[in-house]
Design a protein around this ligand. Structure first.
Ligand code: HEC
Ligand code: HEC
Length: 454
């Protein structure tokens, strides 16, 4: 029996007993600094949320267009806007400052802004951006526009397909050894792959479609080192349900994604899953287009075998058709690629995360919000570096990935001309990545100051 408990923030003293560190979700693998365990306290109403109803107009400290312009300019170029925290602790001090000095002023000036449309206009980008920034830098949320309690509860509301958020008990019972997880997956007919991850280390990805086609479940289990036999209990099991139909079985025009991090809690020689409401993996930071593609090349670890119901299924797991794992990788990536961009249901408003970054570098030809999600200052720079430089997949260039793949394979030698092409590509892509990174702050600043105050 698997116990999945929803632990309310207030009640999670258990968290302290276990000393579980607030691990970084899906992004917790790559040598990220662990966060010290911290007391879980009842949420304090943020200053930003203080309603200004009835506040006298005079409490707005800014009155002239010049003052507003100075206000914008004082804050628009702050480098701390573009520091992300999907793989390191957030800068709580800066969030506090933003809440007090910026959001606080905007709140106090609500009626002033209502009465002064030109000022409302010149501050509108800042007013959109600040709440998104604060959510994306919150220490106890996934960064969506609603708090985790609301976000997680809505995934199980009556209008959602029943069972969508429940990982299968058979998978959890098989934890923590990778070998047993794979046996369980094969026996149950769940397609899986154990593969290098774009975060460092290795992951087992498991894909389970709903028999009625209402949703697909994706989960991943983390092995920090490639040869690690057991999952790493300090990192959660990350889970995405891709919802395709509503509870009544009608097709949705666009898929909806439901993100969750399940903590692994030791129990009876194995693990139980628990859902803590204060987890803070910043899913959108690394998932700007919804689901991600798995690394599309034969990396050092790439293992999968046929599962029950498939040709070549071998319960002992000893034999598999040649190159089966690579075919599985292609199949899973095709499935991940088939969903299109998600309907964020207002939980993410990409336009509120700032301008699209990378237009001068050609990124916005695809990352335009309709072919692919826009990249913004909220997008993980480390993930950009990974796709652009480490993996050489962005922008897509025919032939580069296979050069990289062959250079990693000890049995294959690149010819001198191939080697120099690879080295040149690594150099160009390093520069591309640097240009992208260095453009983030100026792009944001320009956008925040787009409309002069008059
Ligand atoms: C630091 C970056 C990062 C963060 C933060 C992150 N992910 Fe991911 N995630 C990835 C990458 C990269 C992949 C693609 C597979 C790989 O390379 O590991 C991925 C893949 C996944 C998958 C497999 C399906 C797919 O989209 O490929 C699931 C499930 C998942 N993430 C869940 C989550 C959840 C839930 C959160 C937030 C609580 C989250 N992730 C936050 C980087 C991240
Ligand atoms: C020709 C279209 C195209 C161009 C140009 C392009 N991308 Fe992509 N990008 C894609 C596709 C398709 C994916 C999904 C495949 C993958 O993740 O490897 C993707 C994925 C990504 C991801 C992973 C997040 C996501 O959206 O799933 C990052 C980060 C990224 N691209 C960065 C960049 C950067 C930076 C540039 C510009 C230097 C760029 N891309 C240019 C098509 C493009």
């Amino acid at each position: 029996m698997v116990l999945i408990r929803l632990v309310r923030q207030r009640a999670s003293s258990l968290l302290l007993l276990l000393g579980t560190s607030a691990a970084f979700a899906c992004g917790s693998v790559a040598g990220n600094a662990p966060v010290a365990p911290r007391a879980v306290v009842a949420p304090v109403a943020p200053a930003a949320a203080a309603p200004s109803d009835g506040a006298p107009e005079s409490s707005c400290p800014l009155e002239t267009p010049e003052q507003w312009q100075q206000f914008l300019e004082r804050y628009a170029g702050d480098a701390r806007w573009v520091k992300t925290c999907e793989d390191k602790p957030c800068d709580a001090g800066y969030s506090r400052l933003v809440r007090q000095k910026i959001q606080g002023v905007l709140d106090r000036c609500q009626s002033y802004l209502a009465a002064h449309p030109p000022i409302a206009l010149c501050t509108s980008n800042l007013r959109d951006f600040v709440p998104s920034f604060l959510a994306q830098h919150s220490e106890d949320s996934y960064g969506f526009t609603v708090d985790n309690h609301t976000y997680l509860a809505a995934q199980e509301a009556a209008d959602r397909p029943a069972g969508m958020m429940q990982p299968p008990p058979g998978l959890i019972a098989a934890m923590p050894l990778r070998v047993n997880l794979e046996i369980a997956a094969r026996k149950n007919g769940w397609k899986y792959i154990t593969h290098d991850t774009a975060l460092g280390g290795v992951r087992t990805f498991v894909f389970i479609p709903d028999p009625e086609g209402r949703f697909d479940q994706w989960m991943l289990l983390n092995f920090v080192k490639k040869d690690q036999p057991a999952i790493d209990p300090a990192t959660p099991m990350s889970f995405i349900a891709v919802q395709k139909k509503d509870a009544a079985g009608h097709d949705l025009p666009q898929v909806r994604l439901h993100f969750r991090d399940y903590d692994l809690v030791p129990s009876d020689g194995g693990f139980q899953l628990q859902l803590f409401e204060d987890r803070n993996g910043k899913c959108y930071s690394c998932h700007p287009s919804g689901v991600r593609q798995l690394i599309d090349r034969r990396t050092q670890v790439l293992e999968a075998q046929p599962v029950k119901g498939e040709r070549g299924y071998d319960p002992s797991g000893k034999t598999a058709p040649p190159d089966f794992a690579y075919g599985r990788l292609q199949e899973l990536n095709a499935r991940l690629g088939s969903y299109g961009l998600p309907d964020w249901e207002g939980r993410i408003v990409p336009a509120h995360h700032g301008p699209a970054i990378g237009s001068a570098l050609g990124c916005t030809a695809c990352h335009d919000g309709s072919l692919r999600g826009v990249l913004t200052v909220s997008s993980s720079p480390r993930q950009v570096q990974h796709r652009v430089h480490d993996e050489l997949v962005m922008p897509p260039t025919p032939g580069l990935v296979s050069l990289l793949e062959r250079s990693e394979n000890r049995r294959v030698k690149l010819s001198p001309s191939e080697r120099s092409r690879l080295e040149a590509a690594l150099q160009t892509h390093e520069e591309l990545n640097r240009d992208y990174d260095e453009s983030r702050l100026p792009e944001l600043r320009r956008w925040l100051l787009e409309q002069p105050c008059r």
